[in-house]
Design a protein around this ligand. Structure first.
Ligand SMILES: Nc1ncnc2c1ncn2[C@@H]1O[C@H](COP(=O)(O)OP(=O)(O)O)[C@@H](O)[C@H]1O
Ligand SMILES: [Mg+2]
Length: 307
């Protein structure tokens, strides 16, 4: 991974639970920095790199990820004691995500995601047990006319206890019914089955080894092969977690078609699915559909340093 040296602590990003900071780099870039000394620990940074780079390798849009070298003295003029403590606990290598200026949090009512893209994100999250993409907390940004994936720190959560990790190779994604892209993916149920075949064929040992190679060695508590082995075992055992997603897609599609929903949230999702679903898209020209640049390989908005 590219290494950047932080030259200034600019602001705290208070929405997030992990207190990421906005820092200026010596490359003149602005980086969202996830600190090694934050409560989530180093494992969260490993998950950010592994899942972020895996997503990128699978063609999903993720801002550039770098290592940001932090000198704790950068915090000495920071009035907030919590920030000072965080920087003090985070000397050295931290994780940086390219800051997307002016981006907004994905809102299903305001932005249409193509079912194919929704299905691929859903598949990635189910594979990596990313429990942090709910309608409450989407961790998806809209920027440059497209969707961007952020915040994978909560994924791969079995890696916090490797001793019991083998018991999780077939585990279904907790809270899949609340996944923010479920209604968008449900608009075309066959898209998920296609994503499953396409993506499972790509997640092989060589690709995973290359992804793990990007993680700074001193962040890893176990040899990188342990991650490769666990992810390969999940691909192998995917019938279980895949079918759980397909069941959830079926329920979401039913809500969408019948408009029947007991809860306010489901009613909201039904409305959203109506907009993002087949009915909402038939009258739209192909080129107007958000996210289509991904599928067609057309021009996509490029982030700075986007390789
Ligand atoms: N690359 C980015 N560009 C712009 N804003 C970002 C970026 N990454 C994070 N943010 C903003 O910061 C918030 C917190 O970041 P996130 O990675 O979700 O951290 P947390 O683990 O604390 O939830 C996000 O919800 C988003 O609003
Ligand atoms: Mg977040």
């Amino acid at each position: 991974m590219r290494r950047v040296t932080a030259v200034r602590y600019a602001a705290a990003l208070r929405e997030g639970g992990s207190l990421p900071g906005l820092m200026e780099g010596d490359d003149l870039g602005t980086w969202v920095v996830k600190f090694r000394g934050a409560g989530q620990g180093q494992g969260a940074l490993v998950a950010e790199v592994v899942v972020g780079e895996l997503a990128r390798a699978l063609g999903l849009p993720v801002p550039e990820i770098v290592v940001v070298d932090v000198d704790p003295r950068l915090g000495r003029t920071e009035p907030d004691q919590e920030v000072q403590d965080l920087l003090r606990a985070s000397a050295g290598a931290n994780l940086g995500l390219d800051y997307l200026p002016g981006s907004i949090t994905y809102d299903p009512l305001a932005f249409t995601v193509a079912p194919e893209l929704a299905a691929r994100v859903l598949w990635l999250d189910a594979l990596t047990l990313n429990v942090d993409r709910s309608w409450r907390n989407p961790n998806l940004l809209v920027w440059g006319g497209g969707l961007w994936l952020i915040d994978h720190g909560a994924a791969l959560y079995p890696h916090h206890d490797w001793a019991s990790a083998d018991g999780s190779v077939a585990r279904t994604l907790p809270g899949v019914a609340d996944h923010v892209l479920l209604p968008a993916a449900a608009a075309r149920p066959d898209a998920f089955a296609r994503a499953d075949v396409e993506l499972a064929g790509q997640v092989e040992a060589a690709l995973l080894t290359a992804v793990l190679d990007r993680v700074p060695a001193d962040w890893l508590a176990v040899p990188p092969e342990r991650y490769v082995r666990w992810l390969l075992a999940r691909v192998e055992a995917r019938a279980t977690w895949r079918d759980a997603v397909i069941t959830a897609l079926g329920s979401a599609d039913e809500v969408r078609q019948t408009g029947q929903a007991g809860q306010t949230r489901q009613a909201g999702q039904a409305g959203q699915a109506g907009r993002t679903g087949r009915a909402g898209q038939t009258g739209r020209p192909e080129w107007l559909r958000a996210g289509d640049w991904l599928r067609t390989g057309g021009t996509r908005p490029r982030g700075r340093g986007d390789a």
